[in-house]
Design a binder for this molecule. Structure first.
Ligand SMILES: [Zn+2]
Length: 152
């Protein structure tokens, strides 16, 4: 009988969107992204077409589809910058810009030109976020977050 209250608090949260390892909701990602970035052994375990990307920096799960199809950091051929502390991992996977590139430039000249450079390449139709970025989406939000955090 208390279920009605519980449900009203969780209107947005769907059980199937929650990563079992960290309890956070994941973001839907296209299966083409997994096919591109999973190592062969892991690719064989793909069993459906609705996967989520786990956005928690500390969680080792990268992709999941409930109830039981989970892929971890070790199952990918690239490192996920969101989940690593190292500075030399790409933030922009299409053109290879790293957190270090961004911070070095800010240290040297006080500003970052990376966002503008990426935007120019997007305009020229050169990006391939769906198959290169583990999040399966444009990296500009992540780039901005790094620039913002450097100002603090
Ligand atoms: Zn997780």
């Amino acid at each position: 009988m208390s279920n009605c209250c519980k449900n009203s608090l969780n209107i947005e949260k769907n059980e199937s969107d929650i990563c079992k390892a960290c309890g956070q909701a994941g973001a839907l990602v296209k299966v083409i992204t997994l096919k591109s970035l999973l190592i062969d052994e892991a690719k064989n375990r793909l069993n459906n077409y609705k996967y989520h990307f786990c956005c928690s920096p500390l969680c080792t799960v990268v992709y999941f589809s409930n109830p039981d199809s989970y892929f971890y950091k070790k199952d990918l051929s690239v490192k996920v910058s969101l989940k690593e502390n190292e500075l030399d991992i790409p933030v922009c996977y299409c053109f290879g810009y790293t957190k270090k590139d961004i911070l070095d430039e800010i240290n040297a000249v006080g500003t970052s030109s990376v966002e503008a450079k990426i935007k120019a390449k997007i305009k020229a139709n050169l990006c391939a976020c769906e198959i290169k970025n583990p999040q399966g989406k444009c990296c500009l939000a992540s780039i901005r977050a790094i620039v913002e955090s450097s100002k603090m």
